[in-house]
Write a protein that binds this ligand. Structure first.
Ligand code: SF4
Length: 236
């Protein structure tokens, strides 16, 4: 398996922008009524989408590293440890050599410029919502490509997990930034583990010959967890 970092520059195609529009509309609740206020929001949304298509050039950087050891509490790689009991449990139940893929996707400084240029609060609200959806879709697009690649190599993979999610603390950003030279795509980490530009997503996913479930939620009995991504199916 190639462990070298790779950088992609995904294009914001017409299909992507149509999808982004549908997602942004759902988030903002526009397009559902014909009041003058809703029509104005729809116009502002279209303007924000046009500006994103014209100016934003997303970047995605990723790298796969082999798991060196599993302690039950963490997943150790050459870049450092992913400290999550839940993810470690999923990794322990994988079959064959286990890998961690590290990824950072960003809309870049151009999106921040767009946001700064907007002077109205409602305009900023809309651009912010479009940016969040756009960053998710860019990362989803990378995820789909990576999943296909890994399947062609006879492996399975998990869903992606970001620091701050489940039992993985936000400090986990340091292992992702240890694995990837994020400067190369213009992303930096603050001392509070926040990314700049803000419309950036960092995550890891597991890959192995056999991954027993897409998410550790399959083995987790937590009833009240707001992040649950799949039903409890029992201990593997
Ligand atoms: S149900 Fe919640 S706590 Fe349990 S593994 Fe899933 S995200 Fe983590």
């Amino acid at each position: 398996m190639n462990t070298q970092p790779a950088i992609l520059s995904p294009r914001l195609t017409r299909t992507f922008m149509e999808h982004l529009k549908r997602r942004s509309r759902a988030t903002l609740g526009t397009g559902r009524n014909v009041s003058p206020g809703a029509a104005r929001l729809e116009r502002m949304l279209n303007e924000a989408l046009d500006a994103v298509a014209r100016e934003v050039r997303p970047k995605v950087m990723y790298r796969m590293l082999p798991v060196r050891s599993l302690t039950g509490k963490s997943i150790r790689t050459d870049a450092g440890a992913v400290k999550s009991v839940k993810l470690a449990r999923l990794a322990q139940n994988c079959r064959g050599d286990v890998f961690v893929v590290f990824v950072i996707a960003t809309l870049g400084e151009a999106f921040e410029d767009l946001y700064r240029r907007e002077t109205s609060l409602s305009g900023q609200f809309i651009i912010d919502a479009v940016g969040s959806e756009c960053a998710e879709l860019v990362t989803d697009g990378w995820n789909n490509k990576w999943n296909s690649l890994i399947k062609r190599r006879g492996h399975e993979c998990s869903l992606r997990f970001s620091p701050g999610y489940c039992d993985w603390k936000l400090e986990g950003q340091t292992v992702i930034f240890g694995a990837l030279d994020a400067d190369a795509i213009g992303v930096t980490l603050t001392k509070d583990y926040l990314m700049i530009p803000a419309k950036s997503i960092s995550a890891v996913a597991l890959a192995a010959k056999k991954v027993p479930a897409a998410a550790p939620c399959a083995f987790c009995r937590s009833r009240s967890c707001p992040w649950r991504r799949m039903e409890f199916t029992g201990v593997p």
